[in-house]
Design a protein around this ligand. Sequence first.
Ligand code: ZN
Length: 261
Amino acid sequence: MPEGHTIHRAARDHHRIMAGQKLVISSPQGRFTKGASRLSGQLCYAVEAFGKHLIYHFDSGDALHIHLGLFGRIRKHKLPLAEPRGAVRVRVVGNTHAIDINGPTICQVLCRDEFLKLTQRLGPDVLRSDANPDLAFKKISNSKTQIGRLIMDQSIMAGIGNIYRSEILWRQSVHPETPGRAVNRQTFDRIWEDAKELLSIGVKHNAIITVTGKYQSKGHHRERVNIFSKSTCPCCKEPIRRFEISGRRVFVCEKCQPLTS
Ligand SMILES: [Zn+2]
């Protein structure tokens, strides 16, 4: 599943190649024909990301809203147009490039009010400069729910996915099962800042890289995480415990991340 950094990277790229142009939009697969014909020919003035939501803004006030979900994928190619590969839900064609999106969970047109409602139900996004972390801290500090669940809840804070969750909590020595209300402001700020830093690295390199400094992996360049899917802690060498929160794998070093409540 794409994490927040993937969508932010796509949004920046699509903004660069599509904004300021009248776009030709179609649905080769046929499941978005009505939406595509409403948007086609409109001037796109910006493409941006809110968490894992990709938004194309048009001058009429309409927006194209995409969420890839677990199986969606984005393909980009330079013009001339290539044949659609597989079931392309929406094809966006600008002056120089075409973007094909297959298998998204959400592909819809939003009017101005619907777009505002979407942004209101999403928590602050660590990768956005206009994000207000106070909103996330307020919800977390009033909750008995485990921090490992809260930081991945997109209505509380947006952007962190499954791999980053385990990595950030390990880097900040916070046990994923710590209740939200036991996380003080200082700890929350460390989590927020670390998420911002790591996801920015993810956007830049198009990869999840959470190893820095003394834990920098030697040899295998594919090893770019500290504890996710690992068996021992790179810091204390104790075994890593794995368990699930809402059906998604979580990793923890019980020694480096003692549970406080
Ligand atoms: Zn450890």
